[in-house]
Design a protein around this ligand. Sequence first.
Ligand SMILES: [Zn+2]
Length: 316
Amino acid sequence: MRETEAAEHSARFRFAVNRLDRRADLRDDAAALSRLLADPAARFMVVAGDRPLVSRGAAPTAFHDRAAAETLGAMFDRAVFLGSAAAGDGSPWFATRTRLDEAALARWSDFEVGDLRASAIAGVLPAEEYGALAQGRACLFWHSTHRFCSRCGAVSEMASGGWKRVCPACGAEHFPRTDPVVIMLVTDGDRCLLGRQSRFPPGMWSCLAGFMEPGETIEAAVRRETAEEAGIAVGRVDYFASEPWPFPASLMIGAIGRAVSRGIRRDETELEDCRWFSRAEVARMLAGDHPEGLFVPPPIAIANHLLMAFVRESAE
Ligand SMILES: [Zn+2]
């Protein structure tokens, strides 16, 4: 890791660790892409639906050599070029889908259909694979949901090593999208605001979050979402860190905001509950020894790091 990166909060997140040099300069060079695709060192992530195929055994991986990728039914002609390893062998990495159905996939004993979220929580795969998996999964998801030109409706075609789609009918170019989400730690001195969505596991609380809207700054989105969901007015907002979140294609943008009002008016459709938590209580939730068994999201989630920063603040 470079020194500048090491100092950034974002570098600590599972899906932020990406060791690939994306080599955008090669994306429009068809001869270079063919060479990379045929490179004996090339590695391929292969997904079934939205789930990566992972090798079993003592050293599981989601990035396979060509022979394994062929076994897995990889569609090499539709592979997205993710980039070349920035260190080590400089191998080119690709992401693609399998042509095999579930019944065929279930027959292998050497591979399994993985669950990326569970895998990231447990840290099963090599650390340098998660950022590339996030990159590949978000990009493949975009291709699967943007097969038609949004200007004229014709079937569009993958181009530039998978980093664009071009419409043969009207010539429009379309680019992969990332959906920014603000997630905010709103503080009031020694307390912070946490909420519960009904889909959370029982006992889990987290920072409020919401999608950014067109024409909004990060700061304005933090103030709007907090006002909408909790009825709390927020003053100054500071950027904290960001993390690619490939479920399916978000960028979580962590921010810290200072509350300028205290009385909560909860949006009952968005949140099942919402209240202030003391710093001491948050410390126990992070440590896993809260007396009522309350807890916060695991360290793969940016909310965990926002809350860690809040708890550490008292020690500084
Ligand atoms: Zn078109």
